[in-house]
Ligand binder design. Structure first.
Ligand code: PGA
Length: 245
């Protein structure tokens, strides 16, 4: 049913060209549909892509002003403004740097009802034109950790302690997050198009598993192969373990 990703949907780029190419592709989608609805991830992978989006807007090459961006995932239990929060990071790396930012739909995690933000997120993320996601070292997509099924919708997830502590170690969070909220795999698979962003040699093994080994819950990213319009944007280092390369 889900075979290896055809080479035509695997875009392997020199590291120096990766971010500008992904930005140009997004500009192409925006040119065709200025009111594009998409989700965006946070993490180290997309940071250079966001820098390119900012640079392109400054030189007048494109505008994100008509688009709507839904946040892919968010920690639970971090206070508003915490530097580890995904909304803070996306604002700091992208929206605050754009002269004309898109509409932004963060995940409303600050209320008392922990399930409410997941319901609102699933509504906001339903029928996206484009789902842009990164690849975790354990095969996760958003906070769809190993064990996720492809029919899982947006929801509150209990993260492994190691994942929660990574937020404090990596991003300087003021507290250990209690969990997360993520756009679900099913919701991602309903988007018109899916982009998987992967860079760096350390992702070579998990990218090979995601694209070339049998799909399964131990690697949630493997289910992305079910999408008819998946594009994998990998740099040469990340793609170095692929048979296709
Ligand atoms: P990274 O994270 O881009 O920081 O490697 C990706 C992820 O964990 O989804």
């Amino acid at each position: 049913m889900s075979s290896t990703v055809p080479a035509s949907r695997l875009v392997v780029l020199p590291s120096a060209a990766w971010a500008s190419t992904v930005a140009s592709e997004l500009a192409d989608r925006l040119a065709r549909r200025p009111s594009l609805r998409l989700c965006l991830p946070t993490g180290d992978t997309p940071t250079p892509f966001y820098a390119e989006l900012v640079a392109g807007e400054r030189r007048g090459a494109w505008s994100l002003a008509g688009a709507t961006v839904v946040l892919l995932d968010e920690w639970l239990g971090l206070p508003p403004g915490d530097p580890a929060r995904c909304d803070v990071r996306l604002r700091g790396e992208l929206f605050d740097l754009l002269a004309s930012p898109p509409a932004f739909v963060p995940i409303a995690v600050d209320g008392a009802d922990v399930d409410e933000p997941a319901t609102a997120l699933d509504t906001a993320a339903s029928g996206l034109d484009l789902a842009v996601v990164g690849l975790g070292m354990n095969g996760h997509v958003g906070f769809n950790e190993p064990g996720t099924r492809p029919e899982d919708r947006s929801r509150v997830v209990r993260l492994a302690r190691s994942s929660r502590e990574a937020a404090t170690a990596r991003y300087g969070a003021g507290a250990v997050p209690s969990g997360g909220v993520t756009i679900g795999l099913a919701t991602i698979l309903e988007a018109g198009e899916v982009w998987l962003l992967v860079t760096g040699e350390r992702k070579a093994g998990i990218l090979r598993q995601a694209l070339e080994e049998p799909e399964g819950i131990d690697c949630p990213a493997s289910y992305l192969r079910r999408h008819p319009r998946l594009t994998v944007f990998a740099d040469e280092a990340a793609a170095s373990g692929l048979r296709a390369s």
